[in-house]
Ligand binder design. Structure first.
Ligand code: ATP
Length: 243
């Protein structure tokens, strides 16, 4: 039987609008589950709430109501230090804005999770991984001197070396050329074969069509769950929503 690793139950998210009015609800009662080894994509128009959902379900931004369990733990009930350790050991993130440390070289950014977890840094393994993802820059360069696509590769490499059990990715290949995008998707796919669960927000229908399950969002509501999605089924679902 498949092991459930994500359980999101009826979550809502309200935010203060300009500090004046009553809070605005931007996620309305979303429930979803995912298993170990499953590749989930979240699609929908701009402003549908995809990043808000990803942040709420990954333990980064507490929902206003509802519950989130990751690997059986409610991340919002952990003390700050426990939550930080849980994230460091079990959860990987690829953020839309990369979330790298500009004052550190690319290499140090990549191995930071390993150093924080007091794990050995295998330089050859990191070098092989960088070669695999076509990282052409010098890893001793500060990330602030890298292009957007190179920074995105550093953020991806950081997750790939960290051995997380769940990876949350917000537009992980948005800044990449099509060859790099294919390579990185292939590497993420390979991780799911090893039992890692990946949840990816994307505008790329072709890539979403290569995941195991796609969730369509619109106006903060979950519209459809499409198992083994095809590009046609996704285009149709997104167009139907627009009517
Ligand atoms: N802190 C906030 N305060 C006010 N409004 C917010 C806040 N965070 C998000 N929103 C609004 O909630 C809606 C959903 O935003 P979100 O970034 O989750 O959408 P998205 O589907 O990820 O969009 P995109 O595809 O453009 O990245 C948007 O209308 C956004 O303006």
């Amino acid at each position: 039987m498949k092991k459930q690793v994500i359980d999101v139950n009826q979550i809502t998210k309200q935010v203060a609008a300009n500090g004046k009015h009553a809070p605005v609800e931007i996620l309305h009662g979303i429930s979803l589950q995912a298993n170990a080894g499953e590749f989930l994509s979240i699609v929908g128009p701009s402003g549908a709430g995809k990043s808000t959902l990803l942040n709420a379900m990954s333990g980064l931004s507490k929902p206003t109501s509802g519950e989130v369990h990751l690997l059986g733990q409610d991340p919002y009930r952990l003390r700050a230090s426990q939550a930080a350790e849980f994230r460091r050991k079990q959860i990987g993130f690829i953020f839309q804005n990369y979330n790298l440390i500009p004052a550190l070289p690319a290499f140090d950014n990549i191995v930071l999770p390993l150093r924080l977890a007091h794990k050995n840094v295998d330089r050859q393994k990191v070098a092989a991984l960088l070669k695999q993802i076509n990282f052409a820059a010098d890893p001793s360069n500060f990330v602030s001197n890298l292009s957007g696509g190179e920074q995105q590769k550093v953020a991806i490499a950081r997750v790939l070396v960290a051995n997380s059990r769940i990876i949350f990715a917000d537009e992980p290949t948005g800044a990449l050329d099509s060859i790099s995008r294919q390579i990185i998707f292939g590497l993420l796919r390979h991780l799911t074969k090893q039992g890692i669960c990946i949840v990816m927000v994307t505008h790329d229908i072709e890539m979403a069509a290569a995941t195991d399950k796609a969730i369509t969002l619109r106006d903060g509501r979950l519209e459809k769950v499409i198992n083994q999605p095809t590009a046609e089924a996704l285009f149709q679902a997104l167009n139907e929503e627009g009517r």
